[in-house]
Design a protein around this ligand. Structure first.
Ligand code: GAP
Length: 444
């Protein structure tokens, strides 16, 4: 993880927030390559969940919601972590992450000092809206995007004539006052979620739950990640969230071990029942195709962290490969083997020399390619070094312009993964790149 964190900073994927002031715990900034990668991961998810499903529509709800929302959802009461402090070294831990024997003996796992009793700590960030800082002005930063969907589900049925079963997808920021934020961007206080809530008739929920589990697994297969680094984890009774009847996590084998990547939850009709109760509004669905049958739908939720997916994609893509045996530093290359459709830069154009019109020709080729692809241009340093820089940024294709290009209109197309180089006529370059992106298969 240290190597990935340092590469992410060096190459402008992720920076520590407010670094010049010593950094802000739990918050990170996404640099030029990071925001491109994040946007592409979000676009892949959005396409999968909306464009490819006729029965799912999108939403972008506000982060700030009426505070009653969080009473109804159960977050004010239940969204807590159990905390303990060490009286000696002052370290703070989540009680559920301390070895059981240490917790039972009230012994600090770091210094052996005495631990305090367990107390519950609510993870929601609280602030005030308006000029008065009193209890009437309390407002929360949303800890999940899901509630914005629930409170809008009837609006969407009416405005878009949706019929059950149907889904609503949303990508957006969420905030949690996390106590333990180590492991880079894995667990942060400010993060982004990609959530989809699927509304179904009671009694069909278990079938839909299984369908969505399969679909979400297939999604990661399509994304081209290492499938032997993914596994399912079913929540035991003491792990289930207050709203869930059944829940499975898709876990990824991160460098620090197996950790949750995404959750698929059967939330039953808990949330809509509670919103009915707290708002006084009728949240029933009226099935006009079925004698106006009325019911509160059950909800199957797929909930993935966007920023956590980005960390997974970085870890999954990271590779160090020996490419020579000369006893030099550059015998090894660091390469990010992103799927080309996720890579922040798709193609880099490199003139072999700056002189003799090669730079101008390369710029001209880049200008043409940038209409369709995310491009980079680099004319500084030895060509081998420039390839390595692109490998480290995860750029799947490099186009090198040389003297032959001036004569016969061909360029060198260099592939990141195999380092193979072929000659391609300039006129065929864009089509060839499109074809390579579509046919891309990662080598095991
Ligand atoms: N709406 C359900 C929900 O929020 P969750 O299991 O608490 O369920 C869903 O969170 C996903 O959001 C997780 O699988 C993870 O990818 C991401 N996530 C949760 N807390 C996070 C945090 N503090 N930092 C980064 N990502 C987080």
């Amino acid at each position: 993880m240290d190597k990935i964190t340092s590469l992410a900073k060096r190459r402008g994927f992720v920076f520590q927030s407010s670094e010049i002031y010593g950094g802000q715990n739990g918050a990170w900034d996404y640099g030029p390559l990071g925001i491109e990668l994040k946007n592409r991961i979000a676009a892949a998810w959005w396409k999968e969940m909306t464009q490819l499903h006729d029965d799912i529509v999108g939403l972008d709800a506000a982060i700030l919601m009426h505070p009653r929302t969080w009473e109804a959802s159960g977050h004010v009461e239940n969204f807590t972590d159990p905390l303990v402090d060490c009286k000696k070294c002052k370290a703070r831990f989540r009680a559920d992450q301390i070895p059981e024997d240490k917790l039972a003996a009230k012994q600090c796992p770091e210094c052996g000092g005495e631990l305090t009793d367990i107390r519950k700590f609510n993870l929601m960030f609280k602030t005030h809206i308006g000029p008065a800082e009193d209890s009437a002005s309390i407002i929360y930063l949303r800890p999940e995007t899901a509630q914005g969907i629930y409170v809008n589900y009837k609006n969407i049925i009416q405005s878009n004539r949706m019929k059950i079963p149907f889904g609503i997808a949303q990508i957006g920021k969420a905030f949690r006052n996390e106590i333990v934020t180590k492991n880079f961007i894995f667990r942060t206080c400010e993060f982004e979620q990609m959530e989809m809530q699927f509304f179904v008739k009671p009694g069909t929920d278990e079938e839909w739950f299984n369908t969505w589990r399969q679909r979400r697994w297939a999604y990661y297969e399509k994304l081209g990640v290492k499938m032997d680094h993914l596994r399912w984890h079913q929540h035991g009774p003491d792990e289930l969230a207050h709203y869930a009847k059944d829940a499975y996590d898709i876990e990824y084998q991160f460098p620090m071990g197996w950790r949750e990547l995404e959750g698929v939850h059967n939330r039953t009709n808990y949330d809509l029942n509670r919103h009915t109760q707290y708002s006084g509004k009728d949240m029933q669905y009226i099935d006009q195709d079925n004698n106006n049958e009325r019911y509160i739908p059950f909800i199957i939720e797929t909930s993935a962290g966007l920023t956590r997916n980005l960390l997974m994609i970085l870890c999954d893509a990271y590779d160090e490969e020996q490419v020579a045996e000369k006893g030099n530093d550059d015998d090894w290359r660091t390469v990010l083997r992103f799927h080309p459709s996720l890579a922040p830069i798709t193609v880099a154009v490199l003139p072999l020399m700056k002189k003799d019109g090669l730079a101008e020709l390369a710029q001209d080729i880049r200008k043409e390619l940038k209409e369709d692809f995310s491009t980079d241009y680099d004319q500084g340093g030895a060509i081998g070094r420039r390839y390595r820089r692109q490998d480290e940024a995860g750029t799947p294709f490099c186009v090198t312009v040389d003297y032959q290009s001036k004569e016969d209109g061909t360029v060198t197309l260099r592939f990141r993964d195999s380092m193979e180089q072929i000659r391609v006529p300039r006129a065929e370059l864009a089509a060839r790149l499109r074809q390579e992106i579509k046919a891309y298969k990662r080598k095991a």
